[in-house]
Design a protein. Structure first.
Length: 364
């Protein structure tokens, strides 16, 4: 109780300080102000490093950041208090908010590179209702188009959709210089949020898959979804393999070095599959034991699922994947996928438009 009171009071203090700063900026500089807010405490650090870089390109003196985490450069403000923030022209979030700063243009910056399903089917009406509160939705490219057309089908007051022509996180990582140290036979396993997609997750099969791969002398880097890091299923899996020489756990917010040191990725329906492919030019193996569910729903029309064979291979079980790897120990199959990966990237994600917020100022 004492802790809750402390953080509530701390949030009030931050709110007052922010409003004073915003007021002074408006009076003396008379410039447009952008306020970025992340409503999810456990995901804030996953987006901070590239969102700061992305937004500060527009005007480093008139962009402010907030969230539900104590972090340098961020104002700690509870989401319920956002309506008491004034003098903000554009409110931006890359996770869905239900509250916003007062009288601002509301912008949702989609944090997925492709048209990965937003939520499981039974929650689609809820997410549509929440996203409808926004004025604009910014998408990396037309590859994300179908899922949002489906989401807002038959919705009268829907947000206006605009395309960036690039993915901020990928763009940030590609231009940074890191030490790339390739580790032989290193495979990254990066599942989606299994709480969000219980019928499509590979989580129940991970123990068997990891055991087989380690026996075949592969080094496994396990990267659970940020929302699942503290889940019992993840902790139990890590406990089982933590003393195994060829097993590593990675929970870093910036995954560049982890990705670039690998030979390939295994995932289920995680959006990171395409980020990984475009970043490393390596293929992705999609573990899909419930592929029938995908083929029987509108999911089969999504670019995410249609493009899987272009950047990698789809496997229905562990046995088929192990057989393929055994026959292709030299990774020669990577060359064919590399050409496809480069083609998709150049066509859809290599068109930087840093004037997007200037356009938003004038949009009505």
């Amino acid at each position: 109780m004492i802790v809750k009171v402390f953080f509530y009071l701390y949030s009030i203090i931050n709110l007052i300080l922010l409003n004073i700063l915003l007021f002074l900026k408006k009076i003396y500089y008379k410039k447009k102000i952008i306020f970025f807010y992340n409503p999810k405490k456990n995901l804030t650090k996953m987006h901070t490093f590239y969102m700061d870089d992305f937004l500060l390109k527009f005007d480093k003196h008139n962009v402010f950041f907030g969230g539900k985490i104590i972090l340098f450069g961020y104002f700690y403000i509870k989401e319920s208090l956002l309506r008491y923030i004034y003098n903000v022209d554009i409110f931006v979030s890359n996770n869905v908010c239900d509250n916003f700063s007062h009288n601002s243009k509301r912008v949702y910056l989609h944090h997925d590179i492709y048209d990965t399903p937003l939520v499981e089917k039974k929650k689609e009406k809820e997410i549509t209702k929440r996203l409808s509160k926004y004025d604009f939705i910014l998408l990396p490219s037309t590859k994300s188009k179908y899922i949002f057309e489906k989401t807002f089908f038959n919705v009268k007051n829907k947000p206006k959709i605009l395309y960036l022509g690039f993915y901020p996180k990928l763009n940030y990582l590609l231009k940074k210089k890191y030490t790339r140290k390739k580790i032989n036979n290193n495979i990254i396993i990066a599942p989606t949020n299994f709480c969000a997609f219980p019928k499509l997750t590979m989580q129940p099969y991970l123990e068997k898959l990891i055991s087989h791969l380690i026996k075949k002398n592969y080094t496994i880097t396990y990267r659970p979804h940020p929302s699942n890091i503290k889940e019992k299923k993840v902790l139990s899996l890590v406990k089982k393999f933590r003393n195994t020489k060829n097993f590593k756990l990675d929970t870093k917010s910036n995954y560049f070095n982890t990705y670039s040191s690998s030979n390939l990725m295994i995932t289920d329906i995680s959006g990171t599959a395409y980020t990984y492919a475009f970043l490393t030019k390596n293929p992705v193996f999609f573990y899909s034991p419930n592929e029938k569910i995908i083929q029987k729903t509108y999911y089969s029309n999504l670019s995410y699922f249609k493009d899987r064979p272009k950047i990698g291979k789809v496997f229905l079980n562990t046995k088929l994947m192990i057989i393929f790897l055994k026959k292709n120990k030299n990774y020669k199959f990577k060359k064919a996928f590399k050409r496809n990966i480069l083609d998709i990237y150049k066509k859809y994600f290599d068109k930087l438009d840093y004037n997007i917020f200037k356009k938003l100022y004038d949009e009505k």
